[in-house]
Ligand binder design. Structure first.
Ligand code: NOJ
Length: 525
């Protein structure tokens, strides 16, 4: 049963969603308290970012024990309560898995450090001798996605300099060696552990990572990291040896084989692979069900760019018969309001894009807070916590700006997120966007998104998986799901244009005299 084929999935950045115990960090009980809100919003499922035991060097994407809950987020009993209550609210629960790397505090990595070069303990990771006469140069030229070399040298037990280990992200995130059968067995154990606890699926972190070329060759050409800490990996013209190695598909086949024993469970991958031909290989019938395609995240607010992103995404998945998985943002990238220009204009454009997103066929992922129209927070240097800030030598500010806690109600400093001090300061402008007030205001972004989700579920226009495009004025587009009468029109130009024929059933802003103003989208039936 593929419940997700046209689902809306809500991404919860657990640290920032709701804090029940007042320590300033979101937790599982906090999420449980807010399930009513999610039911009201109308989403079908949630995706929880990592809540596993972790020293939090990368805020939970450095996992020390993948089969336990970090005390800052709760415990296994809290997790079980959350799953049970979510199911009672009609919400499915999907969780993050981080198979590319562990934390440097994972018992395997500690054992590796204590063991000798060439030992089975070290063989679970990528340890190598350094280059140069004294081995004091990294084994190859790979860069960490977060900044700096992708290798860190360890000390031998006698204090002398030893081997180097590979970490594509922070030094506290050593990459696992996916040619080692123990690594496979452990992931299978983790999958079953959570499936048996009732989760409805997984999001695979760095699904284009894991496997590496056996000889770990130098990368050719410039491999500058992207400002967001992720990169558009492995185009055909410029292969990147760090990512998208052919052997990774065997890992996805293993994951899928396990899931196939549990009917109705979903696996979606974070696949930063720009080449459609290579991207769709992850979605073959025995691999991932879905892959995030980040083209919409990368498209500016410009009709041709957005239309091209949509068409390319549809074409990429059509080859393998998988539904597309759309998103405008997540915890790694700027929020739409800010990306589209900020202020009143950015806000209007983000509302318009929410309507475009929710009109598309396939699976829609919404990042928590985007339904409130939150902008990125402007944070002072001294509060920045993302490892990118330090590892880039203070040249990239990192992702904290899009991870600031959700304003629920009330006033500063916690706005109902916490009774304590939020782990990142919440800017005063978030006080004007609190969820409680937006729920009461029919013109709010929250009300718009709620209504859009409701129509997406109930209106007959939202059937069919193909799009048909109409002629539209410059800087605009209009599409319809083939076989239906529902049209979505977007105006990214600077001019007010006539609306396509039909009765407007929802719009992201006012439609004076049947016209579509700049930065506005409308649904017409
Ligand atoms: C992708 C995650 O979304 C990001 O937050 C994390 O830092 C990296 N993978 C490393 O796990």
């Amino acid at each position: 049963m593929q419940w997700w084929r046209d689902a809306v999935v809500y991404q919860i950045y657990v640290r920032s969603f709701a804090d029940a115990d007042g320590d300033g960090v979101g937790d599982l009980e906090g999420i449980r308290d807010r399930l009513g809100y999610l039911e009201l919003l109308g989403v079908d499922a949630i995706w929880l970012t990592p809540f596993y035991t972790s020293p939090m060097a990368d805020h939970g994407y450095d996992v020390a024990d993948p089969r336990n809950v970090d005390p800052v987020f709760g415990d296994l009993a809290a997790f079980d309560r959350l799953v049970a209550d979510a199911h009672d609210h009609g919400l499915r629960v999907t969780i993050d898995l981080v198979p590319n790397h562990t934390s440097s505090e994972h018992e395997w990595f500690r054992a590796a450090l204590a063991a000798a070069p060439g030992s089975p303990e070290r063989a679970r990771y990528h340890f190598r001798r350094g280059r140069g006469p004294n081995g004091d140069q990294p084994p190859n030229n790979w860069q960490s996605v977060f900044g700096g070399p992708a290798w860190t040298r360890v000390q031998n037990p006698d204090g002398s300099p030893g081997e180097w280990y590979l970490h594509l992200f922070a030094p506290e995130q050593p990459d696992l060696n996916w040619t080692n059968p123990e690594v496979w067995d452990d992931l299978e154990k983790t999958l079953r552990f959570w499936l048996d606890r009732g989760v409805d699926g997984f999001r695979i972190d760095v699904a284009h990572g894991m496997s590496k070329p056996p000889d770990l060759p130098d990368a050719r050409g410039d491999r500058a990291p992207s400002p967001d800490g992720e990169r558009w990996a492995a185009t055909v013209d410029a292969p990147d040896p760090r990512f998208d190695h052919d052997d990774v598909h065997a890992v996805h086949r293993m994951i899928r084989a396990v899931l196939d024993h549990y009917p109705g469970r979903l696996v979606v991958g974070e696949v930063w692979v720009g080449d459609s031909g290579r991207f769709c290989r992850y979605l073959r019938p025995d691999e991932l069900h879905l892959g995030f395609d980040f083209r919409l995240v990368r498209a500016p607010f410009e009709a041709t760019a957005i239309r091209t992103a949509i068409e390319q995404t549809l074409a990429a998945v059509a080859d393998v018969g998988a539904p597309p998985a759309w998103t405008l943002s997540n915890h790694d990238v700027s929020r739409p309001v800010t990306r589209y220009g900020g202020g009143v204009e950015g806000h209007a454009r983000a509302r318009a894009m929410a309507l475009v997103l929710l009109a598309l066929p396939g699976v829609v992922y919404l990042y928590n807070g985007d339904e409130l129209g939150l902008p990125d927070a402007d944070l002072p240097d001294e509060v920045l916590q993302d490892p990118i800030w330090e590892l880039s030598g203070h040249t990239r500010r990192g992702r904290d700006r899009c991870r600031v806690p959700i304003p629920w109600e009330g006033s500063a400093p916690g706005y109902g997120f916490t009774s304590g001090d939020p782990w990142l300061p919440m800017p005063p402008e978030y006080g004007k966007l609190v969820a409680a007030e937006q729920l009461e205001d029919t013109g709010s972004t929250l009300s718009l998104v709620r209504r859009a989700i409701e129509l997406r579920k109930t209106h007959p226009g939202f059937t069919g998986s193909e799009l048909e495009w109409f002629g539209a004025p410059e800087g605009c587009f209009a599409f319809r799901r083939v076989g239906t009468t529902l049209v979505c029109a977007l105006n990214t130009s600077g001019e007010t244009v006539p609306l396509p024929p039909g009765e407007a059933i929802l719009a992201s802003g006012p439609l004076p005299d049947g016209m579509l103003p700049p930065g506005t989208a409308a649904w017409l039936a």
